[in-house]
Design a protein. Structure first.
Length: 382
């Protein structure tokens, strides 16, 4: 890859166009509650793009443009932003997703990385504030520079190599994540005793139910999109004014070792607060605070356990954006374990987390390398 990267592109034959001149964005279809079915054609929503496995189905016959198939380029434009290459079966794509059709002068893989670059640039410039919704008209009006088709393919091939390296590093993290959960399953899956979360947590609540006004600088504000498997994503956060924080902390004031559970959209995913920082949370997050009879890290893995998540899945309400209610969280049960067994589990899983931390540093450097290559690519410097 290094020899390819050293090649300098001739930018004299690049041209500036509006995105709408070289690609077409096709709107997905919105669905009503009464249109949901238990079988038929799967309806692809943003949470499915991000790994969510709760689907609903449609028996409607729609124009072919409302379906996507393996290899299609998609763009999620609401709440979670960015391009995806769909690798699944034929599905109907939801309203919050565009299907992207490239003109003959735009290579699909190049377009994928171009849209990824635009997304990251906007997030970096506005800390995500300007991307609460990316409008179709705004995207189509975006000015971009594109090289001839052969150069697009060459650039995409280089970025494919860098992306493949990123994926391999992420798979290493995913395997370590699975190892921690496997230890939990080995120690506690056969437990004959269970206990409701309300009986082991000193607090189970959620964040503000009102959409706040965001600012460029202020108090950190987290939502479900910041909760990934076991960890909080602190890299793409929003901020609220200090005056609003004074009001929000009256409802809930998160602290170290609290467990945050995504309860709207991509539901049932939990992460532990691993930083001693002042922040507020949105209604899309539930906060679970460990009581005296449970260790916070044991609580984290118990909530992420497949049996607990199955209970959550069975309690979901709503079409389009799924909702997990606090009453269902409070009554969900987890394995009952004494503090000695919990401590043994925590010791074993923290050894795995040490390996994850080392792998995380490798991932960080790999992502930095990818970003550098991508920036050079769209400046015509590859």
């Amino acid at each position: 890859m290094s020899s390819a990267i050293q090649k300098i592109a001739d930018v004299s034959n690049w041209r500036t166009v509006k995105l709408g001149e070289v690609l077409t964005l096709i709107n997905g279809r919105a669905y009503k509650k009464e249109e949901e079915r238990d079988s038929g054609t799967p309806v692809l929503r943003i949470q499915n793009l991000n790994g969510g496995n709760r689907w609903f189905y449609s028996d409607l016959s729609l124009p072919e443009s409302k379906y996507c198939e393996r290899g299609d380029l998609l763009f999620a434009w609401s709440a979670t932003f960015g391009p995806y290459i769909w690798l699944g079966e034929k599905v109907i794509y939801h309203y919050h997703i565009w299907k992207v059709e490239c003109s003959p002068e735009l290579d699909k893989r190049f377009a994928y990385y171009l849209l990824q670059h635009i997304t990251e640039s906007v997030k970096a410039a506005g800390r995500g504030i300007s991307m609460i919704h990316m409008t179709k008209g705004g995207m189509e009006d975006w000015n971009v520079s594109i090289p001839p088709l052969a150069e697009q393919k060459r650039i995409a091939a280089i970025l494919d190599q860098a992306e493949d390296l990123r994926r391999k590093c992420q798979r290493a993290i995913d395997r370590l994540n699975q190892l921690g959960q496997a230890i939990f399953n080995q120690m506690f899956d056969d437990s004959n005793s269970s206990i409701p979360l309300r009986d082991v947590c000193s607090l189970i609540t959620d964040g503000t139910h009102h959409t706040p006004t965001y600012v460029e600088e202020g108090v950190v504000f987290l939502s479900a999109k910041n909760v990934t498997q076991l960890k909080i994503d602190w890299s793409n956060i929003k901020y609220v004014p200090e005056s609003l924080h004074v009001q929000l902390k009256k409802r809930v004031s998160p602290r170290m070792n609290d467990v945050l559970l995504a309860k709207n959209g991509t539901t049932g995913v939990a992460a532990i607060v691993d930083k001693d920082v002042v922040f507020d949370i949105y209604v899309s997050l539930a906060l679970l605070r460990a009581g005296e009879a449970i260790l916070p890290k044991f609580l984290l893995y118990a909530v992420n356990n497949h049996k607990t998540r199955r209970q959550f899945d069975g309690s979901l309400k709503g079409v389009g954006v799924s909702n997990l209610h606090l009453v269902d969280i409070r009554r969900a049960t987890i394995p009952k374990a004494n503090l000695k067994d919990q401590a043994e589990f925590v010791e074993r899983v923290e050894a795995v987390e040490s390996q994850m931390a080392r792998q995380g540093q490798i991932n960080f450097r790999t992502n930095e390398l990818f970003a550098a290559i991508q920036n050079r690519a769209f400046r015509g410097e590859l």
